[in-house]
Design a protein around this ligand. Structure first.
Ligand code: CA
Length: 246
């Protein structure tokens, strides 16, 4: 396994949706210096059109946009196609609201942020997408993948990246899926937010723990509130559904 960036991440196409020209340009220049192809859209409508046309590998999306706001842009872009979204907010309390809503963004950064951190998080999102793609390709080629995880009425098909509960298919984003697999691989074990960030998001620093909270919220909304237990001040644990035999 290679530890350097793969061909596809060095050729990544990134869409930046940001209405403040100075910030948009600074972001685009920094990401382009990684060798990525970067396009800027200055409002929500332009962002949706550009996502449709470019089929980017990553979208860096400002929350406060003229016209359609970032939340709705995120929803419309992801309804068309699974693409990781890194959401930019102006204040910590905006991030809190998004976390409360459990929107589909894969990561959040509050302005002002360091460009170095933006690049690190972008790379982490691109790496995870590549892993998911490789798993899908192996599955399509009928190569043996990782065995499914079955706990009570929850079935996680890792090869096909599909989840069902009580026989009903549940649609998860790639990040939500990776988080669920990480938790369900160690049932009843409390995993800290820092560890989840490291394993699911590939981060080494722990400055984005609310990103974890946001995705836990989304998993509970989609799969049922009983599956993931909060251990206050520590982290989260996957709890087998009631009636599951050990
Ligand atoms: Ca803005």
């Amino acid at each position: 396994m290679s530890v350097t960036s793969t061909a596809s991440s060095s050729e990544a196409v990134v869409l930046v949706v940001e209405d403040e020209p100075a910030i948009a340009t600074a972001i685009a220049q920094r990401l382009a210096s990684e060798g990525w192809t970067v396009e800027i859209a200055a409002d929500g409508h332009a962002g949706i059109a550009a996502a449709h046309r470019l089929r980017p590998d990553l979208v860096v999306l400002d929350l406060m946009l003229p016209g359609i706001d970032g939340l709705e842009v995120c929803r419309l872009i992801q309804a068309e196609r699974a693409v990781p979204v890194l959401m930019l907010t102006a204040r910590d309390d905006e991030t809190d609201v998004l976390v409360g809503l459990g929107v589909g963004a894969d990561d959040y950064m509050t302005k002002p942020f360091s460009m170095r951190e933006l690049v690190a998080r972008s790379k982490a999102l691109l790496r995870r997408t590549e892993r998911a793609l490789r798993a899908a390709e192996a599955s399509a080629a009928n190569q043996p993948g990782e065995p499914p995880i079955a706990i009570g009425d929850v079935l996680i098909d890792r090869a096909q990246r599909r989840v069902s509960r009580a026989g009903a298919q549940v649609h998860l984003t790639p990040t939500e899926f990776d988080l669920l697999v990480t938790l369900a691989s160690s049932p009843r074990t409390v995993l800290t937010r820092e560890r989840l960030l490291a394993e699911v998001w590939d981060w080494v620093d722990a400055s984005g723990t609310r990103t974890v909270d946001s995705h836990i919220k989304a998993l509970r909304r989609k799969l049922g509130a009983d599956l993931i237990r909060t251990v206050h001040g520590v982290g989260y644990a996957f709890e087998p559904p009631a009636g599951t035999e050990d």
